[in-house]
Design a protein around this ligand. Structure first.
Ligand SMILES: [Zn+2]
Length: 67
């Protein structure tokens, strides 16, 4: 339960994690979201396919907010 499963958006052939679903303007790593075409969930995509910078920031933010 409580599996971290954020929305990921494809930008220039790389998948980036976003905080606010598909409306996000920037990915966690600072990449501007220029196309909001393809989107998925982290669990579907697999962490190996996600921008490593986004993944690192996501994990860091999550560990801070976890109780
Ligand atoms: Zn990224």
């Amino acid at each position: 339960m409580d599996e971290p499963n954020p929305v990921v958006l494809q930008v220039a052939n790389c998948w980036h994690i976003v905080e606010d679903s598909r409306r996000s303007e920037y990915a966690l790593c600072g990449q501007k979201i220029t196309h909001r075409g393809a989107h998925a969930r982290l669990s579907l995509l697999g962490k190996a396919n996600v921008c490593p910078a986004c993944l690192k920031l996501f994990k860091a933010a999550r560990s801070e907010t976890e109780t």
